[in-house]
Write a protein of this length. Structure first.
Length: 153
């Protein structure tokens, strides 16, 4: 009787939580790979792991851990929470892209998060330039033009 309780307690610790549907997660990843035409070998090459590791995860023999979920999310655009817990959708929610004109006159698209990051960097550079003056060669406040560097240089 005592052995069976110990065994049951050990099995509860080893088995994944009942709320996580590992089979459903694996089927979703396998279906997405099939739609994209990605083989296990190709996925393994992109993830820098052995093909059997990808096969084991997609077949459900080995559930996704935190590190493997991060790799799959970064490589294939999956949502980490879905891979770990089965919540949400397989693919990350993608915001509408931003269309940006180039100097040649054509348009390029950027993901919204990249566009927002670029805009923040430009704002910081503009603030820095307003505080300290321009640091471009030939500008009157640079050493190359005979001027002095602003304070803090």
């Amino acid at each position: 009787m005592a052995k069976s309780r110990k065994l049951a307690a050990l099995q509860r610790k080893v088995t994944p939580a009942a709320s996580v549907d590992t089979e459903m997660i694996c089927r979703a990843v396998a279906a997405d790979f099939k739609l994209r035409g990605i083989t296990h070998a190709a996925a393994a090459e992109k993830l820098l792991v052995e093909p059997r590791s990808v096969s084991n995860q997609i077949s459900g023999k080995r559930p996704f851990g935190k590190k493997s979920a991060q790799k799959y999310a970064a490589t294939f655009g999956y949502d980490e929470a879905f891979l770990l817990y089965g919540t949400g959708s397989l693919k990350k929610e993608v915001q509408a892209p931003v269309f940006v004109p180039t100097m040649r006159g054509d348009m390029v698209t950027l993901p919204r998060d990249q566009w927002e990051r670029i805009m923040r960097l430009l704002e910081k550079a503009e603030e820095r330039e307003l505080r300290h003056g321009s640091h471009r060669p030939g500008h009157p406040r640079t050493k190359a033009a005979g001027g002095k560097h602003p304070k803090g240089w």
